[in-house]
Every structure is written in structure tokens, then in C-alpha cells.
Design a protein around this ligand. Structure first.
Ligand code: MG
Length: 383
């Protein structure tokens, strides 16, 4: 089948030409996919044939479509459009389930919104509007095969979520949490934000108990919203974090809901001991763990120039608070700050998925007045 030994490519060259990392190629081979055409029995070096580039493209496209490796292996053994049709129907069914969950959230929020509308603070009436300038990035890291983190970046609402429960539950739980937040939250008030988080918990819990293979899925969620009153609403469930960076100092706005964090708060463990504790990844609260969840919520005042950092534990388990502060303060460019943080977490080991959102509070002028008076005012030389 091979055209000749000369045509074989070492793993590095095949990685460059296929765009797949050596780590990914090795994990595919372990799953019986893209098995090297030859392996040097002396050195253990792997070699690929040019004909395998097409198979690499095919596998990558199927991964983009969300197909698990086991199903890809079966499709490649028996390539038929029938199997693709089955997968397409499954994708449609999952999308329909998400839509159903969103409808549930809308119904639940209609009740909660009535209750919160009366107490929601009125808009301050300022012509100047407070918004968030944001930058964000998520990375699978160097150890995990999949990224179960999710993030949301809007000009008044930002969030990160860290899913758990294995394939495919973790990814579904975290993406469902941020999708529900995006669909149902206006950021009007802390009460509204908390109601959305409780509704997301119910939706994820119901989905986890209704769908086979999703038992035990859950997610953290940490979200910030600029409210109508110009303050910042902060909500948190799990161990993703929000920090405020102001005047050269970093302050954690959230408390972790983990076994080790509870022990540190009770004085039974030091912060340093917590880093290596065998239960450091065990959470005491998640979305999806049952019909109700306790949501931490707080209101924080903000000033123009304040920076807010949201992250999953893939950042702070690899990078110290001091280093986080110095990397964020080192640049005015929010994207550069996010890249520096994620790159540092990955280079320090990348043991987990890492997700970072950096947001800066800014005051923007009111939208341009497009009324007749406004248009006239912009044309002083017209007659
Ligand atoms: Mg994590």
C-alpha cells in the first residue's frame, strides 16, 4: 500500500502538513485512528504516509462536527452516508433539546422577573453609559483531550463556566449555562442574574436526569453584569473566580465552593497546603447537582479603569495571584493580557482547560442623536 519508504514522513513533518499536533496524533493512534504507517522498532519513531493526510482532514472535520473519537473510528472503518445521516439527526436532536431548555428558562424567568421588577433599581438617568471592554480566550491545555470550559463576553455581561462529568456531559453543561445566561439575562439587576443562574441549574439538572449518558454532568458558573444602577452584580457557583484589579492590587470577589476552600476558611488548611491537597478538585456546589442550588451574589461598585478578571481553575492552579496581577497590569492591551495569562498557565503545565476573560470598565458617551434636531446640530454649515 505504501508508495515507498522515501515518502514516509516523521511525526513532526506530518504534524506540520496536517495541522494536527503530535500530542493529538498520538491520542488518535491510541484510539485506533491514523495509526502510523510505520514505526521504527529501534527508536520507536512514528512515520506517516502522504495518503494519510486526507484521513487526517476527515478526522479533523468530524471532530469539528463534535463526533466522539469512537464513532469516528467506526465511520472510517465503514464509510457510509447512512452513518453521517444518523449523526446529523443526533445533532438536530441535541439542538432541539437546548431550545426546549431555553423555553423552560423563559417560563421560569417570567415568574422571577415579575417578582424582581418592582425592586429593580431604576436607571440612574445619566447620559453617560457604563460598559465593559472585553477580551477572552479559552485553551484545552496540554493534558486534557477536550475543552469543557465555556465563556460569554457581552458588553454588559461576562461569564466563565467549567464543565464536569466526562464526555459529552461536561461540555454540554458549561455551554448550556452560558447559552442560558446569554438568552435570558439583560443584566438589569443582581436579582435577575441570580434568577437566571437558578433557572440554569434547574435546566441542567433536568437534562442530566433525562438524557442517557449525561448523568452526573454539572458546571461551575461565575458571571458579572453591569446593572441599570451602574453597579456590578457578581454571582458564583463552584470554583471559577472573579477578581477586581484596581490601583495596582488584586482582590478576589468570589469565594470558591470547594472542599479545600472551606477547610482554608475554617483555618484547618493553609492556602499553600490547599494547592497540593488530594481533594482540591472536589466541589461543594455546582449547577446541575439537583433541583435547587445556593447562589452567591453580591453588588460591587466599579469605577472607570477598573479591570475585572474571570477565570476557571486552570489559571489559578498554575499561576499565582501575584503573577496574575503583574501580567494584567503589564499592558494596556486587554487581548495581550489575556494571551499572557493563558500562555503562562499552559507553559506552567496546562494540566486543565484554562479560560480567562479580562474586562475593563469604561464610560461611553450616549449614542449619536439621529433625531431631526440631532441631525441639524451635526451640520452647522447647512443653510
Ligand atoms: Mg477546570
Amino acid at each position: 500500500m505504501l508508495t515507498g519508504v522515501d515518502a514516509l514522513m516523521p511525526i513532526g513533518e506530518f504534524s506540520d502538513r496536517s495541522g494536527l499536533s503530535p500530542k493529538r496524533l498520538r491520542s488518535y493512534a491510541a484510539a485506533g485512528l491514523l495509526v502510523p504507517a510505520a514505526v521504527d522498532s529501534g527508536s520507536g519513531y512514528r512515520y506517516y504516509s502522504p495518503g494519510q493526510l486526507r484521513e487526517a482532514q476527515l478526522i479533523d472535520a468530524l471532530r469539528d462536527a463534535g463526533m466522539p473519537l469512537a464513532e469516528i473510528a467506526s465511520l472510517i472503518r465503514d464509510p457510509s452516508s447512512r452513518q453521517l445521516d444518523v449523526w446529523a439527526r443526533q445533532v438536530e436532536a441535541e439542538a432541539a433539546q437546548r431550545q426546549t431548555a431555553l423555553q423552560l428558562v423563559r417560563r421560569l424567568l417570567a415568574v422571577d422577573a415579575d417578582a424582581t421588577h418592582m425592586t429593580a433599581p431604576e436607571h440612574s438617568g445619566d447620559d453617560v453609559r457604563t460598559t465593559l471592554e472585553t477580551a477572552a480566550r479559552t485553551d484545552t491545555g496540554r493534558v486534557r483531550e477536550n475543552n469543557e470550559d465555556a465563556l460569554l463576553c457581552l458588553d454588559r455581561i461576562v461569564a466563565v463556566a467549567d464543565g464536569m462529568g466526562g464526555l459529552p456531559g461536561g461540555e454540554i453543561a458549561s455551554s448550556l449555562a452560558v447559552a442560558l445566561l446569554e438568552a435570558a439575562c439583560t443584566g438589569r439587576s443582581l436579582e435577575e442574574l441570580e434568577a437566571v443562574v437558578r433557572a440554569a441549574n434547574r435546566a441542567i439538572s433536568e437534562r442530566a436526569s433525562a438524557a442517557q449518558g449525561l448523568e452526573g454532568m454539572g458546571t461551575t458558573l461565575c458571571a458579572l453584569a453591569l446593572t441599570d444602577a451602574g453597579t456590578l452584580a457578581v454571582v458564583n457557583v463552584g470554583d471559577s473566580r472573579a477578581y477586581l484589579i484596581r490601583d495596582g492590587s488584586l482582590r478576589q470577589l468570589t469565594e470558591d465552593h470547594s472542599v479545600t476552600a472551606e477547610l482554608v476558611r475554617r483555618g484547618e488548611l493553609t492556602e499553600q497546603e490547599a494547592l497540593d491537597h488530594p481533594h482540591r478538585n472536589v466541589l461543594t456546589r455546582v449547577l446541575g447537582g439537583g433541583p435547587t442550588v445556593e447562589v452567591d451574589g453580591a453588588v460591587q461598585s466599579v469605577l472607570p479603569g477598573d479591570r475585572l478578571l474571570l477565570c476557571t481553575d486552570g489559571l489559578f492552579n498554575e499561576v499565582s495571584d501575584e503573577e496574575i496581577l503583574s501580567l494584567v497590569d503589564a499592558t494596556d492591551d486587554l487581548s495581550a493580557a489575556v494571551d499572557a495569562l493563558v500562555d503562562r498557565a499552559v507553559s506552567e503545565g496546562g494540566h486543565d482547560n484554562v479560560t480567562v476573560v479580562v474586562a475593563e470598565v469604561s464610560r461611553s458617551d450616549p449614542p449619536v442623536d439621529t433625531s431631526r434636531a440631532g441631525r441639524r446640530a451635526q451640520r452647522p454649515f447647512s443653510t
